[in-house]
Design a protein around this ligand. Sequence first.
Ligand code: 13P
Length: 251
Amino acid sequence: MRKPIIAGNWKMNKVRDEALNFIYTVNQSVPSDEEMDTVICAPDVLLRCLVKRQGDYLKIGAQNMHYEEKGAFTGETSPLVLNDTGVKYVILGHSERRQYFNETDELVNKKVHAAYKYDLIPIVCVGEHLEQRENNTTNQVVEAQTKKALEGISAEQVKDIVIAYEPIWAIGTGKTATADIANETCGYIRSVIKELYNEEVEKSIRIQYGGSVKPGNIKELMEQEHIDGALVGGASLDAESFIQLTNFKKL
Ligand code: 13P
């Protein structure tokens, strides 16, 4: 049995007071970490104040990081600093990073290695553009992204990783992939994991779906065989909506 993981990706949203109000509202209402993992990935400047106030169950994640510990990399965040801040997760290779900041699969791979070095759990994003979906090349795209991201990562390490399948055409568009489509591609990613590692890893690795997830569609998505969680943008910004997402079993 894979433990569900529901993560909010706030992207570049919220000032400190909004973030604190959110965390005070949500802390008491997320399920226990025995039942599922719940995460909020916030902008860097908010991380320390959120970690300080995180309750017993909700964990805090970052949305990106550099792969070097320190150096002349103006404007970047060190994985060592994230670790020192008490951050537990880090999103790597989000499609917005790939699209607007030219992140490549090679770079994502370096960051995945750095995450392990600094004890952070990577949430590695993969996903296709609309044209790729229409050309029937989705599987090739997510396979290549997954293989490159995991290059040099051992079977022991990879068990902890979270992969987020986020079709780019479904992000922020209100167009959710149908549960069938999402499940099929998550299943394909799982088969790639089996090919790269073994059956044990294939069965244990957690794969999230992301792209216009909201309280109204999370239950159906979470019922799918290969979907173990969700990476949620817009619908994670509102505390009540996030509480509903994490309590999807009761919806
Ligand atoms: P939306 O839920 O707003 O579509 O964003 C998805 C996403 O990019 C999460 O990382």
